[in-house]
Write a protein that binds this ligand. Structure first.
Ligand code: 5AD
Ligand code: SF4
Length: 444
């Protein structure tokens, strides 16, 4: 699992240091925690030894992270001995699930805060001075309608539109860690996005576990929201993730096409497996054939659309033949990138109880075969970009004049440029294309 270190510049007496594991949702939660703590007189610092508050923002989607939390807290033991006022806490999915156990098992820990209780963090931190170990209440207390909290949004940023998930895919812990799905109000999102535009943001990615089941209080569905963001804000580019194939519909692709000058032609559409029986046991609510039909619908409506997907190998009971169906799906759907994982049993989930768990070694072999096959496909697919001119939104330029940005197809493109280009959309001719990145040159 990825580990991001998110921190700010200055050493201060109320320094806060947060390490973040996991998905974009968690990275966003860290941003939110920093923003809330800044309002409570904390300043982000770049290393744990500068901090008076250390937080581990954990993730449990694909791993057993409790050990990781134990060992990370252990690494701060010395700091705690030197500074008894140092507070150490755990946030995120693991905190949500393992609250009591963590507090009981790790004496060094001062607090835990679940994913639903983030907004109570300032309150909780104040309380820490009075009580030894506290944990925020886990019940969802306020409607989810708080302004998007982002400290330094940069050129491109993520905006949560929903929280939680009601789908209960049998492998997935998210419905247990993040609770029932809640959608933010469309009007509030429009206001937030326009405020981000006023702060210089050019691109937003609308974020949710299943954006396609978004439903605003006013009745707007996800396609309506996309149209509203395109027409009622001055944002230049819109992306979104993650989509659930069962809820992906014609209306959405029509609106994407109608607003193609703003909505990027890139869709992450997790399939999880290429076999309908496995999909059924995963409770995905679509078959292989239905998935392929949706892909065809998307490709018809959005010329040049780029697709990526998530795949799980070694789901309980997955036979060799069923895994072959996942391999063969790669021949039918031209994914330019895939994110593939070995199935890992998660607490509370149905699949963890299935008795036909697959051997670890078989899972590893399947994962290797899948990556090897996709690698070959991706190498061929990316060649079509060589010689093409892409519209690149410039995100960063370093001191040596090496610039990078993303194309509307979500391709990372490197080229030579000046700092003045940051935030601009420029035409870049691709010289050399690889599956993950491209090298190009600026066109005049
Ligand atoms: N084991 C392996 N992969 C998982 N994912 C979610 N839960 C599990 C699990 N228990 C993967 C899915 C999902 C992505 C975010 O993580 O592919 O789409
Ligand atoms: Fe998990 Fe399925 Fe919800 Fe995605 S849609 S968060 S995989 S339960």
């Amino acid at each position: 699992m990825e580990k991001f270190s998110t921190s700010g510049p200055i050493k201060e007496k109320n320094g806060v240091f947060i390490t973040t594991y996991g998905c974009q949702m968690n990275v966003n939660d860290t941003e939110r925690m920093f923003s809330l703590l800044e309002m409570s007189n904390y300043t982000p610092v770049t290393s744990a030894d500068q901090a008076s508050l250390i937080k581990i923002n954990s993730c449990s989607v694909r791993e057993k992270p409790v050990h990781k939390v134990h060992s990370e807290v252990g690494r701060y033991r010395k700091l705690k001995e030197m500074n008894p006022n140092l507070k150490i806490g755990v946030a995120g999915c693991v905190a949500q699930q393992e609250k009591k156990r963590l507090i009981a098992d790790i004496p060094l820990l001062d607090f835990v805060v679940g994913t639903d209780a983030i907004d109570q963090l300032p309150e909780l931190v104040n309380k820490l001075d009075r009580e030894k170990q506290v944990s925020a209440r886990f019940e969802y207390q306020k409607p989810y309608q708080i302004e998007t909290l982002i400290r330094n949004p940069g050129v491109s940023t993520f905006v949560n539109i929903t929280k939680g998930c009601d789908n209960f895919c049998t492998f997935c812990v998210v419905p247990f860690t993040r609770g029932r799905e809640r959608s933010r109000k469309a009007q509030e999102l429009i206001q937030d996005i326009q405020k981000l535009v006023d702060r210089g943001v050019k691109e937003v990615t609308l974020l949710g576990q299943n954006v396609n089941s978004y439903k605003s209080e006013c009745g707007a569905d996800f396609a309506d929201l996309l149209r509203l963001v395109a027409t009622e804000t001055n944002i230049q580019r819109i992306r979104y993730t993650t989509s659930h194939p069962k809820d992906f519909n014609q209306k959405l692709v029509d609106i994407m096409q109608e607003h193609r000058e703003k909505v990027c032609e890139y869709i992450h559409l997790p399939v999880q497996s290429g076999n309908s029986q496995v999909l059924d046991r995963m409770n995905r609510n679509y078959t292989r054939e239905e998935y392929i039909q949706k892909v065809k619908m998307i490709e018809r409506a959005i010329p040049g659309v780029v697709l990526s997907t998530d795949i799980i190998v070694g789901f309980p009971g997955e036979t060799d033949e069923q895994f072959e169906d996942t391999l063969s799906l790669l021949d039918e759907v031209s994914y330019e990138s895939i994110y593939a994982f070995k199935y890992s049993p998660r607490p509370f989930t149905k699949a963890a109880q299935f008795t036909d768990q697959v051997d670890e070694q078989i899972k590893s072999e399947r994962l290797n075969r899948l990556f090897a096959k996709h690698d070959e496909i991706a190498r061929k697919l990316c060649k079509k970009y060589e010689g093409q001119t892409l519209e690149v939104l410039v995100e960063e330029v370093n001191a040596e004049g090496r610039a990078f940005g993303r194309s509307t197809q979500n391709k990372v493109v490197h080229f030579n440029g000046t700092n003045a280009l940051v935030g601009q959309t420029v035409a870049v001719k691709v010289i050399e294309a690889f599956p993950q990145t491209m090298r190009g040159e600026l066109k005049n």
